[in-house]
Design a binder for this molecule. Structure first.
Ligand SMILES: [Zn+2]
Length: 198
């Protein structure tokens, strides 16, 4: 299946924008951050149906014996993983495309800032809507973020995900420090969808 790569790879023009700043020799961290914002970074994070991180999560859950549907078009957002038995829906989110907040991978491209800003904000708004809808329909929704699947932390996150799925006692939403869920909580009104602290 096509992985959603749009084929717009004409950006490989050798444009060395990184070096045009003239502030070389200063903070290397800044340079790295910029590189993440380059087009090649962006293109490598094109949302696809079977991106590497999704495959990672699916194969882990499968190995743990869980069975699920994938990219189920019957639900808002065509969730990556649907586990009807546990009434759980899992989204595996690229940090860039889904604007993971306070996350190092979520740096904005340095060109066409307005375009990207608007686009990503639309993505986020859509995510919020879809989550709200799923919660309203009684699903538990769990977000797994790309940065949580970095090699060093991956195993821990996946184990925790498994627990989150099979322990049906705790309702809803992963404990991301994501302010969008605050907004979501307000809009969700009296439902204690967010409060998992008990
Ligand atoms: Zn992230």
């Amino acid at each position: 299946m096509a992985n959603g790569n749009t084929g717009k790879t004409s950006g490989n023009t050798g444009k060395a924008g990184r070096r045009s700043g003239g502030k070389a020799g200063g903070k290397t961290g800044k340079i790295e951050k910029y590189e993440r914002g380059t087009r090649s970074y962006t293109m490598s994070h094109i949302r696809g149906k079977d991106t590497k991180i999704e495959v990672l999560v699916r194969s882990y859950l499968f190995r743990r014996g869980l069975r699920f549907r994938k990219n189920d078009k019957r639900y808002p957002g065509h969730p990556d993983i649907v586990l009807p038995k546990y009434h759980v829906i899992v989204f595996v989110n690229g940090c860039f495309w889904h604007m993971h907040e306070s996350c190092g991978k979520q740096s904005m491209p340095k060109s066409n800032v307005e375009f990207w800003n608007a686009k990503l904000l639309r993505n986020r708004e859509r995510d919020c809507r879809q989550h709200r809808q799923l919660l309203a329909d009684g699903w538990r929704v769990i977000d797994v973020w790309e940065c949580e699947l970095a090699r060093k932390v991956r195993e821990e996150r996946l184990e925790r995900l498994y627990t989150q799925i099979v322990d049906s006692g705790e309702p809803h939403i992963d404990e991301t420090n994501d302010s969008r869920w605050d907004a979501l909580g307000e809009r969700a009104g009296s439902q204690d969808a967010i409060d998992t602290s008990r």
